[in-house]
Design a protein around this ligand. Structure first.
Ligand SMILES: Cc1ncc(COP(=O)(O)O)c(C=O)c1O
Length: 419
């Protein structure tokens, strides 16, 4: 049977429902979020055949440098003139260069790298290393945190994603994020590692107390556990420094980066770890491989991403735009006290906490009408995530703030009707 209907959108949705995910197609259609990416350029994305939006979701940081950043696209084109995936078993000039560069950007002695394809895989590697190095089983993570849908990453996440796949690997524990006393209570000499996102995005951009991570560091040292920081969303400039954890002045033992390292163009992820942990992989060099992890053309793309990140003016722009948003969010709190409960911000990692669970999805819908793509936090749908591209300019930032003002008014009005 052929595909019916004349509207190209209907044809796409029908094909997607039939061959990719019937459940997602149904959910998005019912929620009115059946937005299909069409043209994309810089900070903008166009709905297929329709509206232009400023992308303030950015796939959690994949589009930190905007869509189709010309320099990243050129790096891929140039790499394709001479390279391909490469051979993951063998010594690689390009993986070595990218690893050296990542090491130069990381704090302390984080100077060894295992490459992967995505964030979940890189988190799995981090947990493998923590268990392999310490010879202990226990892994502690945050309630409501999110590290991916792969094996160990899934086990470190919330039961709502992992329960159907039981039995899970044993000795995974969750504690409330930001609570040092709860962490201390869970610590023992059975704990291999502790993994936290610097700012848990899926939990709603929760900013921990300023001394939280130094406390986590101290507890890990005291109990001989490995401190793993998931910078898949918070890293690569998002918080105003190269790494979110830099803004807390703390050095973890393992740092995981992914999304933004791709430049939005070629998938790549990295698990960067301390020299001290190298004994494990040194003795077991073939215990972990990934065919596409650290693909050589991807290494060239990632090097260009890091060149841009390190250029003069890049982080300054993030901090300047963070100031614009800080002032704008303060004004929004004053203008919408009935709906906006709290704003959360570290650099350009921001969240709008509203008064009820329906608010995040309603804001997403209002954003479609007002030219801003925002998506709610999955583990707290009262929060709209706000992650504009890091290359955003002042005028665009002001456009986003004006749109947010109108969106909040609209959501408040909609809530008034159902009350
Ligand atoms: C903080 C964090 N860690 C890990 C992941 C998993 O990354 P991936 O989807 O590339 O496996 C995500 C994905 O959203 C994430 O937000």
């Amino acid at each position: 049977m052929g595909l019916v209907g004349n509207d190209p959108r209907d044809v796409i949705i029908e094909r997607f429902a039939r061959h990719v995910s019937s459940g997602k197609a149904r959910f998005f259609q019912q929620a009115g979020i059946d937005f299909i990416f069409g043209r994309r350029e810089g900070v903008h994305v166009w709905e297929l055949g329709g509206r232009r939006l400023i992308n303030c979701h950015c796939n959690g940081g994949v589009f930190n440098l905007g869509h189709r950043n010309p320099r990243v696209v050129k790096a891929l084109r140039d790499a394709l003139e001479e390279l391909d995936i490469g051979n993951h078993h063998l010594i690689s000039e390009h993986r070595a260069l990218l690893a050296e560069r990542l090491a130069s950007l990381c704090p302390g002695d984080l100077n060894r790298v295992v490459f992967g394809v995505g964030g979940g895989e890189a988190v799995d590697t981090a947990i493998k290393l923590a268990r392999g190095y310490t010879g202990r089983p226990g892994i502690i993570s945050a309630e409501g945190g999110y590290h991916g849908h792969t094996g160990f990453a899934l086990a470190a996440g919330d039961p709502k994603y992992s329960d159907p796949f039981k039995p899970l690997p044993p000795a995974f524990y969750q504690v409330p994020f930001g609570d040092l006393a709860a962490l201390e209570e869970c610590m023992s000499d059975e704990i291999a590692g502790v993994i936290f996102e610097t700012i848990p995005a899926t939990l709603g951009m929760v900013i921990p107390p300023e001394d939280y991570f130094s406390g986590v560091r101290e507890l890990c040292d005291r109990y001989g556990a490995v401190m793993i920081i998931d910078e898949v969303q918070a890293g690569l400039g998002r918080c105003g420094e190269v790494w979110g954890i830099d803004t807390f002045g703390v050095t973890p033992d393992i740092l995981v980066t992914a999304k933004g390292l791709s430049g939005g163009i070629y998938p790549i992820a990295a698990t960067v770890y301390s020299d001290r942990l190298n004994a494990f992989f040194d003795q077991n060099p073939f215990i972990h491989v990934s065919t596409f992890g650290g693909a050589e053309i991807g290494c060239r793309v990632a090097l260009e991403v890091l060149d841009i990140l390190e250029e003069e003016g890049f982080l300054e722009n993030v901090r300047r735009m963070a100031d614009v948003f800080r002032a704008g969010l303060r004004e929004l709190r004053e203008r919408h006290p009935g709906i906006l409960a709290e704003t959360r911000q570290r650099g350009l990692m921001m969240g709008l906490k509203m008064i009820g669970e329906a608010c995040g999805p309603l804001m997403t819908l209002a954003g479609f009408r007002h030219g801003v793509l925002t998506i709610y936090a999955n583990n707290d749908t009262s929060v709209s995530q706000l992650l504009p591209p890091l290359i955003i300019g002042q005028e665009e930032a002001e456009t986003v703030l004006e749109a947010l003002d109108a969106m909040l008014a609209e959501v408040e009005g909609a809530l008034g009707h159902v009350r």
